[in-house]
Ligand binder design. Structure first.
Ligand code: B12
Ligand code: SF4
Length: 502
């Protein structure tokens, strides 16, 4: 039997390198005689993958849980006879909201290797670690749980990065820039905050028309009702937290960087952990000692962690300046500068910390110029069910006063990845959730009418101006939103006049 499978990743952010997860096991499968085609496809070019799949004679499509339900539904409609295997942190929600048959939750490398053996062999899926699968309306679990051991996921370390691309123009080097090197798994914050949040798992499955087997229920309880919950909107909190002592972490990162540097001449790396500062200085020193050329090093962390290690941030930047590379501080999870929002999000920090961190970032930008980058990325969530015009205006004032940190108006919106977000039960209880054919199958309504109007305005502006909305002009429009129509505001402030239909 031909063993021909297709791996897909989706490009939402232009020129984004592949997420590392699936890159780790392509080589294993190829070595075992499976043909693997790998495509990264831009979210707006999905139609172009259809003829390609049609011709490819694939037995299986593998994708990660960044894929949304509308795209998966389209693939299922076009190719009802090609099963889909989803993996990644939100794979269980995809299993619940689409007709896909197989989902791996947790470390994937052994899981996919065993899965492929069974898929092309005797179909005994009970031997596949971390696999949920369907039998009609029944959700089953293999009963084999493999916990995270990052070294086993990474080594032998031969990540495959040469994914083909379908989409608009792309930087030909995009797959080799800002490549992930993993320092640990899960999030230390989500591991440390105790919670009494409890999901009625079987009811949730029932409502969606499924029965979960005992083994599935038991595993789902372990994953979602573990009495510890992190930020209320974050799906990543369900990845098990594991870490190594600092010297081992440094060695682990070094091995990944060294391979990527030698194999692909990669000189920009993105360290994956929410808490890199305890080892960052020593890691940078180790990179330099090992003559790995570094042009850019990116980190991600929480604002409170950044503040705690502010002296380390400065020391690292001094090394960056002396050695002429760029340290990029990314995805800092501010979320909001209003305390009510931060409470809703269970950030366990307050707006004073966020403001102090903003000051720190402004200071280092001033002091280290081209050697530091700040990219808040999706670390802002201003639209959620309980946004008020007051909270929005307060945040907007802040953003307009700090355009060095917020150069573009990006008002992140809560993404409802799954019913198992700690924020979800309250949304559902207040009647503010609705089903959707798009995203991850769920969306929310906004309680406050004026905040909703401000959101509708923002959506129109986003469509029209892309990332180039003036924050000052948007702030001004918030003053008018109570007494004027959206059309009036678009005309008065943004000089946009609706085209009259004949
Ligand atoms: C790095 C990163 C990025 C980088 C990607 C580039 C890069 N340098 O790699 C940047 C910052 C650009 C980015 C962007 C985005 N990201 Co991102 N990203 C991450 C991050 C922090 C690390 C990924 C990583 O390398 N992990 C290490 C590997 C080893 O672990 P892993 O990914 O979990 O993979 C293992 C298993 O999960 C499993 N597995 C994974 N995929 C599959 C697939 C199959 C078939 C199987 C069987 C198993 C399997 O096996 C892997 C090996 O064990 C994760 C969070 C995290 N810490 O994991 C978010 C994360 C993956 N990103 C996420 C999202 C949503 C995005 C964005 C859509 C955000 C946005 N709205 O803009 C964009 C989309 C990017 C795009 N494709 O256009 C979400 C995914 C949620 C979901 N629905 O699954 C995560 C979990 C963050 C979060 N807190 O929610 N991201
Ligand atoms: S948002 Fe960040 S800090 Fe909060 S739980 Fe998720 S990964 Fe952890």
């Amino acid at each position: 039997m031909h063993k021909n499978i297709l791996f897909l990743q989706i490009e939402i952010i232009r020129n984004c390198p592949p997420h590392m997860g699936m890159c780790l096991f392509v080589d294993d499968l190829r070595k075992s005689g499976v043909n693997c085609d790998t495509y990264m496809i831009n979210a707006n070019y999905i139609d172009e993958i259809i003829p390609l799949i049609g011709k490819g004679n694939y037995s299986l499509i593998c994708l990660d849980s960044v894929f949304t339900v509308d795209i998966i539904t389209l693939l299922e409609r076009e190719f009802p006879n090609i099963p889909i295997l989803a993996g990644g942190i939100n794979a269980i929600a995809l299993l619940m909201h689409t007709n896909i048959r197989y989902a791996v939750f947790g470390p994937g490398r052994t899981a996919i290797n065993v899965f492929i053996q069974e898929f092309f062999g005797s179909h005994n899926f009970y031997t596949v670690p971390n696999l949920f699968f369907k039998n009609g309306a029944q959700i089953l679990y293999s009963g084999e749980t493999l916990h995270w051991d990052l070294k086993k996921e990474l080594f032998p370390y031969v990540p495959f990065l040469d994914w083909q691309y379908i989409g608009p123009d792309r930087n030909p080097k995009a797959n080799y820039l800002d490549v992930s090197i993993a320092a640990g798994t899960g999030c230390p914050f989500a591991n440390s905050t105790v919670s009494s949040n409890h999901f009625a798992i079987s009811d949730i499955f029932h409502e969606l028309g499924y029965e979960a087997s005992d083994a599935a229920l038991q595993r789902l309880e372990e994953i979602f009702n573990r009495k510890k919950h992190g930020c209320s909107f974050c799906i990543f909190q369900y990845q098990e937290f594991t870490s190594y002592p600092a010297d081992e972490t440094i060695e682990l990162l070094l091995q990944q960087a060294l391979h990527l540097y030698k194999r692909y001449a990669i000189t920009s790396f993105h360290i994956q952990t929410e808490n890199p500062l305890p080892f960052l200085y020593d890691f940078i020193t180790a990179l330099l000692k090992n003559s790995i050329r570094v042009q850019k090093l990116s980190i991600r962390t929480r604002p409170d962690f950044l503040l705690l290690h502010k002296d380390t941030v400065r020391s690292c930047l001094e090394v960056a300046r002396d050695n002429n590379f760029h340290l990029s501080i990314e995805e800092i999870g501010f979320e909001s500068f209003c305390d009510d929002d931060l409470k809703t999000f269970n950030k366990k920090t307050d707006s004073t910390i966020n403001r102090d961190v903003l000051k720190l970032l402004k200071d280092v930008k001033r002091d280290f110029g081209g050697h530091v980058g700040v990219d808040v990325g999706h670390g802002i969530i201003l639209f959620h069910p309980w946004t008020t015009l007051k909270s929005l205006t307060e945040n907007l004032r802040f953003i307009t006063e700090n355009t060095d940190i917020f150069p573009q108006l990006f008002l992140g919106t809560l993404v409802l990845y799954s019913e198992f977000l700690p924020i979800y039960p309250k949304i559902s209880h207040e009647g503010l959730s609705q089903k959707s054919e798009y995203g991850y199958g769920l969306t929310f309504k906004m309680k406050d009418d004026l905040a909703k109007k401000a959101y509708d305005l923002y959506e129109i502006l986003l469509m029209h101006f892309g990332g180039n909305i003036s924050s000052e002009a948007y702030l001004k429009s918030l003053d008018l939103i109570g007494n004027h129509s959206i059309d009036h505001i678009l005309k008065e402030i943004f000089h946009l006049v609706p085209v009259q239909e004949k």
